[in-house]
Design a protein around this ligand. Structure first.
Ligand code: ES4
Ligand code: ZN
Length: 324
């Protein structure tokens, strides 16, 4: 099984590039950019990665992102993730970034996107890895600020395939961003949103009905509504599930308690992703391995999960045919 997982060419659809910042790179950039970080060594960092919910993670994740300043920093961050893709046999990846985390610190939108883009161009040239970029609005900030971010993205429209919604879910429902998602759609962006990660399934309904998204990030709380499950199945709406993340953020008590096998058996379009691999103890293969070691998944299930990722990706139909 582990051999199959490692061997299969995979696509990743839910990966925050800031969440792939490994402690080693964090230290190197902190030193270079003379940014203070609240850790004395690598071990100290790893010890701090002990989360009790989404917010306790986000506080540490945003602090870590402070070390990213120059275009080269974003290049190096993205390139290190690409090397993990090579290791894990990920041949297509759709990368989230959080522009507001950087623009709020005085780092220009252009600096961020240019650094990421350059690494992705090299990934294609050196390894044939294809990719898309999705920018996320931070939902703890206002819709007005999301509108400003959308404005900043317009000159880079050709480089950004879609918009998403992330950060603190509870208390920040999709309805808060209805107008900005409508505008993003008019501008031609594809739409996704984190929904039903920690918050209840009403957030998933809002994301579907008010934001008109074409993929749900996480969505594991769907299981609490039979009606929603039936709808997600009928529509074959993709769910980008992130098992390590769900365990590390205590959405489920342990891997045996994860509901991914039930979601899959019901007939939902489920995919496996790594979310913030530097913080959640592993990249995509480790996510597959953890669930396959703890749940009664078959080899066919693994193949279905991998195929679902390609079929739910934002690549052209032509490339999709080639990959499938
Ligand atoms: C995130 Cl796991 C998760 N949930 C919501 N927002 C995020 N941003 C980065 N990782
Ligand atoms: Zn996420």
């Amino acid at each position: 099984m582990i051999d199959l997982i490692k061997r299969l060419p995979k696509a990743e659809l839910h990966l925050h590039i800031e969440g792939s910042l490994e402690p080693e790179l964090m230290f190197r950039l902190a030193k270079k950019n003379q940014i203070e970080i609240p850790y004395k060594d690598i071990e100290d960092v790893r010890n701090a990665y002990n989360f009790t919910n989404l917010q306790t993670f986000l506080d540490i994740y945003y602090a870590g992102a402070d070390v990213l300043i120059t275009q080269d920093d974003f290049y190096d961050l993205t390139w290190e993730y690409i090397l993990k893709c090579v290791e894990d046999n990920v041949i297509h990846t759709e990368i989230f970034f959080d522009p507001q985390t950087h623009t709020a610190r005085g780092v220009a939108f252009e600096t961020v996107i240019t650094g990421i883009k350059r690494a992705l161009a090299d990934a294609k040239a050196q390894y044939g890895i294809t990719s898309c970029i999705i920018m996320c609005f931070l939902r703890h900030l206002s819709q007005e600020e999301a509108f400003e971010t959308l404005e900043q993205a317009l000159p880079f429209k050709d480089d950004i395939i879609g918009v998403g919604l992330d950060s603190s879910e509870l208390g920040n429902p999709p309805s808060k961003f209805k107008d900005v998602f409508k505008k993003a759609k008019e501008e031609g962006f594809k739409l996704v949103a984190h929904a039903g990660e920690e918050a209840d399934f009403s957030y998933i309904y809002e994301a579907l009905d008010l934001l008109d998204i074409s993929r749900i990030d996480h969505g594991v709380q769907s299981i609490k509504s039979d009606e929603l499950m039936q709808r997600l199945k009928d529509e074959q709406m993709p769910l980008t599930v992130c098992p390590n993340s769900n365990i590390e953020l205590r959405v489920f008590d342990n891997y045996k308690a994860h509901n991914i096998k039930e979601l899959l058996d019901y007939g939902l379009n489920i995919t496996i992703n790594s979310d913030d691999p530097a913080y959640f103890k592993g990249y995509i293969n480790q996510n597959f391995i953890n669930i396959s070691e703890n749940l009664p998944l078959t080899e066919d299930d693994i193949i279905t999960l991998v195929k679902n990722s390609f079929r739910s990706s934002f690549i052209s139909d032509e490339l999709k045919q080639q990959y499938l």
